[in-house]
Design a protein around this ligand. Sequence first.
Ligand code: SF4
Ligand code: SF4
Length: 433
Amino acid sequence: MPSKYVIHTETVPRRFQPLIQSGIIAWEEGCLKCPVCVKTKCVYGVYDHRGLDARQMVESIDNACMNCLRCVQGCPNELIHKSINPEFMAMGDEHWTPNIIASLWKQADSGKIPVSGAGYPGPFSGPGFDAIWTDMSEIVRPTRDGIHGREYISTAIDLGKTPSYLVFDPEGEKAWAKDFSPLLNIPLPIILRIPEFGAISEKTISGWAEAAKRLGTLFSLSTEMSAKIPEGYGPWLLPSISADVEALEELPSGCRMVELCLDDDWHETMKRRGEKSFAQACPTVLISAKVSMAGAMEEKALQLVEAGIPIIHLEGNFRGRGFDDPEKFLKDGIRSVHLKLVEAGIRDNVTLLASGGISMAEHVAKAIICGADGVFMDFPMLIAMECRMCRRCEKGLSCPRLRGEVGRAMFFEQLDKETFEGMGTVEEECELE
Ligand code: SF4
Ligand code: SF4
């Protein structure tokens, strides 16, 4: 039995104090000067380390406060209040909620496996993955047995077409797989993927390639980006390529898997080129085909598998919804494609991967319950690096998490653009009414 798969982590100091949901307001005026103030009774001692983060102009106690409200309730003159932080509440959107972002920051801070379930205070149902209830308490009870508790669970998955049966020699001693095609085993059902947007430097991209290498998984990115990664990472890169066989010539050295980007004319292209031509040109490289979560995706996935494609990547939008139907969630898309392949009797011939909106650890398990073999993880990597999902970078505006790199300096051109760009052009000598 292989040894347990453990991800080794190291903590590094964060660059910014994270935004928090609420702050403490302590009015000094009118204070009774009690001999034993409620502030000295804070069990977390947050008032003892009171200070100001000058870069962000936030009270240090705001980040340390655990929201027990003991001091708020205990002040005899009602001079201590908790306030909701509007900047926190404005983060992200309805999918990448402020709480999900804050929870990812916390996990990135500690490098620890998220454990929850003891005294869950939230709602019991919601949209998307929140509509799936699971009970894994019989397998692992982290709150009782610790995270590396009782049962050994393999998280490894095979990418590619697993052989349907083995053929034995007449003596029944030797066996081999019929129609053998390349298989790739990764130790966890997660492939890293470059996020759709984000202020991301080349160094960060190389760092993610290194993470994929250390984890033993793959890092999905465009061919152009993969060309910028130093040599030696080819086996851990998963470049997206066009459906031209010539594109195989540009693959990083040692590359083991590629993703085909098929246009609307994909059926004709596949007929013309076919997986066969890829297989002949590069027999050791696994081919995956991306299918967008939109109308007729089940049919497209089926036809691709029948054409010999061993891996289907079902892609939802970055909020985990369909591209043509925002009411359709990734979980529904996975179930629908999975069941179509089961119905056709070819589900075992293909690996089904899913991406889009995977934001929490439980989403990985839930995507697998719905029928996926593995998932792509993208934005959580960016959020772990203090991204707030504000999407300013998409509009060419400055990224708040990078502002600290120039201290509290501001650049006129940038401010000018951010403030006045939306007003359109103003003609010379035009008078305002
Ligand atoms: S609310 Fe609780 S944790 Fe926060 S400062 Fe007051 S006593 Fe401390
Ligand atoms: S914090 Fe905002 S601007 Fe910066 S990478 Fe994230 S989404 Fe883009």
